[in-house]
Ligand binder design. Structure first.
Ligand code: ADP
Ligand code: MG
Length: 327
């Protein structure tokens, strides 16, 4: 399966090649700050390009905050951070209208969601009410306070974090809400050699120091707009549908991946193609993105849950069971 031949030097395909280079630069720039596996960096940048949101599930101290800040800095985005606690109120996130006595008027004080890139740390510590206010901003890209609706800035991306081992005093997000996250990634621990190098390099140094600014909001919007020009074959859509359907018929799931998940997966495959400097998406893009896009959205059967089945395994099995479209 090959895309139509294009001359990278001229016309709209020249713009597409330039977009690919910018996407690549964003990945490399993030990697100068956050030491993370290449596919995680690519997934975060691809997610930004699709206009989606990222969930990072990881232990403390592995570089989640550094990753979010590096992406914000590299992309020239405004950045804010919300630390979730059980007593965090929806208004602490969205903002409040305050009466100003001096000039006899109400003024809106925007909350932290009014930034291009919002890091929501430990989202599962927030109350369901605050979680739902956040998820609404993510979905609607706007905030309504005291009857007034205001759009959040574009581009807009939430990076939420969750600690996979600490559950006490938390409100786990139901799968229906996890479905709002385009991908779930984890940085994991580096191998011993990489960790030792990191210790030496980062001692007494700001991890973000070396991250260059390679884009701005306008360039990002243009990048998002170019995504539609990445060719995806009808056979590739069939492939995605085959995979999502396989997760639905798997006896270990009560609910498999939704069409919304399939749309996300195809878009993420396109965005990965862009990051890989291609003008067309390949089955390989789908295969790389499928576990990140689908696993967190599956609702396991009570039996599979009791046996501690990892949903990533179910996605891997769906990939094995679905014939790959021929090149
Ligand atoms: N993968 C990583 N890449 C870069 N720096 C890291 C990484 N992991 C840990 N660090 C260092 O450790 C510190 C804590 O990382 P941080 O991003 O705040 O962790 P987390 O948000 O996951 O708890 C950072 O300031 C950075 O110096
Ligand atoms: Mg942190």
């Amino acid at each position: 399966m090959k895309g139509p031949d294009r001359d990278p030097g001229a016309g709209p395909s020249g713009a597409l090649a330039a977009a690919g280079h910018l996407a690549r630069e964003l990945v490399d720039a993030c990697g100068r700050g956050a030491r993370a596996p290449e596919h995680v960096l690519e997934a975060c940048v691809a997610c930004l390009i699709t206009g989606g949101h990222v969930m990072i599930e990881d232990a403390p101290g592995v570089g989640k905050t550094v990753l979010a800040k590096a992406l914000a800095r590299a992309s020239g985005s405004s950045y804010s951070r919300v630390q979730c606690t059980a007593d965090l109120l929806p208004a602490d996130v969205t903002g409040v209208t305050v009466w100003h006595q001096g000039d006899d008027s109400f003024r809106f004080h925007p909350g932290p969601v009014f930034a291009n890139l919002v890091l929501v740390d430990e989202i599962n510590r927030a109350s369901p009410k605050t979680q739902s206010a956040l998820l609404e901003c993510m979905e609607e890209r706007q905030v309504t306070v005291d009857g007034q609706t205001r759009p959040v800035p574009e581009p807009f991306m939430v990076i939420a974090t969750q600690n996979p081992v600490e559950y006490e005093g938390t409100f786990p997000l139901p799968e229906a809400q996890l479905d709002r996250f385009t991908v779930r990634v984890s940085l994991g621990y580096p191998n011993a050699a990489a960790e030792a190098t990191m210790l030496l390099e980062l001692a007494g140094k700001d991890a973000l120091e070396d991250v260059p600014v390679v884009a701005d909001a306008r360039a990002l919007r243009d990048l998002q707009y170019r995504l539609a020009d990445i060719h995806a074959d009808a056979a590739l859509a069939d492939y995605v549908v085959g995979i999502t359907r396989a997760t639905r018929s798997d006896p270990r799931t009560d609910l498999g991946a939704s069409p919304r998940a399939g749309i996300s997966l195809l878009q993420m495959a396109r965005a990965r193609a862009l990051v890989q400097l291609r003008t067309y998406a390949l089955p390989e893009d789908v295969r790389t993105m499928a576990p990140l896009c689908l696993a967190h959205r599956l609702v396991l059967s009570p039996d599979a849950r009791a046996r501690g089945v990892d949903p990533v395994e179910i996605v891997d099995d769906a990939l094995r069971a679905t014939p790959v479209p021929l090149a």
